[in-house]
Design a protein around this ligand. Sequence first.
Ligand code: PHE
Length: 470
Amino acid sequence: MKREQFSSSLGFILAAAGSAVGIGNLVAFPVMASKNGGAAFLIMYAIFVFFICLPVMLAEMSLGRHTRQNPLGAYTEIGQNRAWRTVGWLSVLTPFMIGVFYLVITVWIAGYLGKAILGQLDQLADPEGFGTFINSNELFVYMALVVGLTFLILQGGVKKGIEKATTILMPTLFIMLIALVIYVLTLENAMLGVKFFLIPDFTKLTGEVLNGALAQAFFSLSLAMGILITYGSYIQKHDNIVSAGKTVAGLSLLVACCSGLLILPAVFSFNPDIEMSELSTSSIGMIFMFLPKIFLALQADIGYFGASFIAAFFFLLVFFAAMTSLVSIIEVPVASVMDGKGVSRRKALFILGSVMVVLAIVCALSFGRIDFLSQLLHYGGVDKSFFDVIYDMFYETILPLNGFLLCLFVIYRWKKHNLDAEICDGNSTFSGSLLQKYVNLSLGTFIPGILAIIFINTVSTIYFGKNLLF
Ligand code: PHE
């Protein structure tokens, strides 16, 4: 069977940007930046994106396009031994499990969107609102909707599913984001938020903050999850990988910055005297508990209907961003099963989808509904729920490990000259360029070095309660 392909370079760029732009850019980044040095954080983040993440991104895309395989297939074909095949398994299992927790969060967002539309903004703004919602039976209705929609998009395949959905959703997302930024900037005290977001404070850039920034950049660009290998396997040979990679990284950064100009002014117009320490560090706290309060407060100016409209508009934006990321992450195991077992897309989707839904339901029951699941394990001095365990294991721990292994694989197993040759296809100026030297050098030395350090420190911090670095 001929491998499916994106119809154009733009189709690929939008799909990859759809994967990259997610809850991380829209919520986690603005909060992190404003708490940790504003523009100083932004500069460091941009440096990480282009100097550390971009080479990894190019490596993943080239590996995919060269092998025309999912990550398991790619590692197996080039690795030629059992050890690399195991790494291949890891890079399919990781997106599968991250997909489970991302599905749960996407369902929450769908729920907030639905409730805002149904005029229940007051419930969302209630301090108990979030806890009540995530433990309600209503949740499963939203889960069915999200799963159904994801299935529909993925069933359409690469061109008529993923590409079509992202070419509609991404431009709409950009327009909605700009519209919301303009609206928020007209609110009273909005400029205080802009200042807060942009005034640099270099003293805040501690080692810990930098570690967090790098992890955030890595996750946000969908690296080490096999996504760009899989999407890369659908790019046409003559497409320019370097410019596609730069565009995706740039778009993701741009959305993150615009989102800072949305969230911070909104926070300050709600309360101009707010202390940054009052803001929750987790994006979950911000999006599901704090923002609804801000939206509800708008009713003084624009009435309950207006406030609900703005809330629904915002959650729709986040929902689009989350859906395009969710689709990308589920496509990885789907492609692996299709390639590996030679089954149809529909069958692969049914098999994987069912397991994923079961795990997502188990996650949903682990927020207090079932004690055993809510306190599944105890490590690092804290009780961990099923959801926490998946998050810690796959997102926090295995992600940097996968990144580390990918760098070693590309440079020392596949070899530099093969990587170069693949990137040169569609971009003849790459050969002999400074970028080529940088990509080769960095991927073979300090990038895996940094990822190895992050991995070791994460293991020690999370599971043994001992932070080795900070
Ligand atoms: N880029 C996403 C974000 O910022 C993270 C992600 C990527 C999640 C791919 C799932 C799949 O939220």
